[in-house]
Design a protein around this ligand. Structure first.
Ligand code: ZN
Ligand code: ZN
Length: 224
C-alpha cells in the first residue's frame, strides 16, 4: 500500500520531466518561474495594459461580480495542467493548482462556493472539478467551502459553440439556492470565458441578499 502511494507521488516535473528537487509543487522551479503572468483588470480579470481596478470594458458595461482573481489565461502550462486534472483524473493536482490561485488572493471571502454541476454530468465525469478545486482552495485560504448551497437543477447543454442569445436562454433558471449566506461570498470555477454562467449565479445570489461577489478561477480567457 505504502509503495503504491510512493509510486503515485510525482518525482519528475509534470511539465518538463526533469527530476524534482523539492515537493512543493509537482513541477520544477525553472518551469514555475516561466509561468506566464500578464497585468489584468481586477474587475473582469481580462488582460489589460497595466493592473487596473476597472478597464474600459468594465466601465461601459460592468460585470455582475465585484472582482475576479485568476492565475492566468487558458494557455500553457495552465491548459495542460487543467486538462489533466479535469479529463484525465489527476485529482492530486488540485492542491497545487489551488496553491497557485491562493497566492493571488489577498483578502479572501469567508465563504466560497463552487460553481455547481448537474448530477447527471457529475455521474458521467465522476466528480465536480469546481468542488474539488474549491475544497482545496478553502483549505489553503483557511475559509469555509459550501459545496451544497447552490444547485444546478437543469443539465444545461454545453455552452461552447452556442450563440450569445442561446447561451443566455440555456442558462436561465438553471440554478437555485438553499440555506443562507453572508453578504460577501466568492464563486470558484476552473475556467471563465464568457462569464455567462457565473453572471447568472451572481444574479441569483444578489436576489437572495448577497452584496459582494468575488470570483476565483484558474484561467480567465476572452471569448472569441
Ligand atoms: Zn520543469
Ligand atoms: Zn475589466
Amino acid at each position: 500500500m505504502f509503495r503504491t502511494i510512493l509510486r503515485a507521488l510525482p518525482l519528475r516535473c509534470q511539465l518538463c520531466h526533469h527530476k524534482l528537487e523539492h515537493r512543493r509543487y509537482p513541477w520544477c522551479e525553472p518551469c514555475h518561474l516561466s509561468f506566464p503572468r500578464v497585468p489584468r483588470c481586477l474587475h473582469c480579470g481580462l488582460p489589460s495594459p497595466s493592473i487596473t481596478e476597472s478597464c474600459g470594458r468594465c466601465l461601459s458595461s460592468p460585470p455582475e461580480w465585484d472582482s475576479l482573481t485568476c492565475v492566468g489565461g487558458y494557455t500553457f502550462p495552465y491548459d495542460k495542467l487543467l486538462h489533466r486534472f479535469k479529463y484525465q483524473g489527476h485529482y492530486w493536482l488540485s492542491p497545487a493548482l489551488a496553491a497557485l490561485l491562493a497566492q493571488e488572493i489577498e483578502d479572501p471571502a469567508a465563504v466560497i462556493l463552487p460553481v455547481p454541476m448537474h448530477w447527471q454530468r457529475r455521474v458521467i465525469r465522476g466528480f465536480n472539478h469546481s468542488s474539488v478545486l474549491a475544497n482545496a482552495l478553502a483549505k489553503q485560504l483557511g475559509v469555509q467551502c459550501e459545496p451544497n448551497v447552490l444547485k444546478r437543477h437543469r443539465a444545461t447543454r454545453q455552452q461552447q459553440g452556442l450563440s450569445r442569445q442561446s447561451r443566455l436562454s440555456n442558462l436561465r433558471e438553471a440554478f437555485s439556492m438553499t440555506g443562507s449566506l453572508p453578504e460577501r461570498v466568492a464563486l470558484v470555477d476552473d475556467v471563465v470565458t464568457t462569464g455567462a454562467t457565473i453572471a447568472e449565479i451572481c444574479r441569483l445570489l444578489r436576489s437572495q441578499g448577497v452584496k459582494h461577489i468575488d470570483i476565483y478561477c484558474l484561467c480567465r480567457t476572452p471569448s472569441k
